[in-house]
Design a protein around this ligand. Structure first.
Ligand code: G3P
Length: 217
């Protein structure tokens, strides 16, 4: 499963990319607002730090302006993916942009039939929002399973990008459900490699090694 980071903090993304485990980045207008910096400068820095797909979202609601915004976003860097909302105009813009060779990530997906339409529009990525469904008492992971079945039934190549991830358990369950990618907030990513038994086990190994009085280097 590909690991994307859900953030627009260019400095933090650069540090996380040093792990060699980051395959891409997703941003959205709220994350850009939180970062508090110039949109295009931020995107350029992120695209330079992470060589994989970097989603940048249009803010227009109508087809024509979405296309124009998509074209402009794609001039920022080769690895920009145009993020469009799952609306009538967003799906139409996705189809046009994909036919022109511009990869799209269709975002704000909350149902399997929405995901079916995104695949029919030729989307490179579909972003089902797990956490927000769970928040509303619905089954976010169930949605991932449904989309996986539908895409496999018809051999759609659209990649399932599990979004609105809130925990390591979400990452695990999305991987089990067959999501192609998960976009993970930095804090959740940093928690993925932590385990208390790893920490206590390492502490015991180092104590025992020290007692031998030996060195490797
Ligand atoms: O970037 C889209 C998505 O991951 C947002 O997540 O936590 O705002 O529901 P959240």
């Amino acid at each position: 499963m590909q690991i994307f980071i859900d953030s627009a903090d260019a400095a933090e993304l650069k540090a996380l990319a040093e792990t060699g485990l980051v395959d891409g980045v997703t941003t959205n207008p709220s994350l850009i607002a939180k970062a508090g910096r110039d949109f295009f400068e931020t995107l350029r820095e992120i695209c330079a730090a992470v060589p994989g797909p970097v989603s940048a979202e249009v803010v227009a609601q109508d087809y024509e302006t979405m296309i124009a915004e998509g074209h402009k976003l794609r001039t920022v860097a080769e690895n920009i993916v145009v993020k469009v909302p799952l609306t009538r105009d967003g799906l139409r813009a996705c189809k046009t942009l994909e036919e022109e060779g511009h990869p799209c990530n269709v975002t704000l997906c909350f149902s399997a039939v929405q995901a079916l339409l995104a695949a029919k529009a030729g989307a490179t990525f579909i972003s089902p929002f797990l956490g927000r469904l769970d928040d509303g008492g619905q089954d976010g992971m169930g949605l991932i399973r449904e989309i996986r079945m539908i895409y496999d039934n018809y051999d759609y190549q659209t990649q399932i990008l599990a979004a609105s991830i809130r925990s390591g358990a979400h990452v695990r369950d999305a991987a089990i459900a067959g999501a192609d990618c998960a976009t993970i907030p930095p804090a959740v990513f940093k928690a993925l490699y932590k385990h208390n038994l790893t920490d206590s086990g390492l502490e015991a190994f180092l104590k025992d090694w020290k007692a031998t009085g030996q060195k490797i280097l």
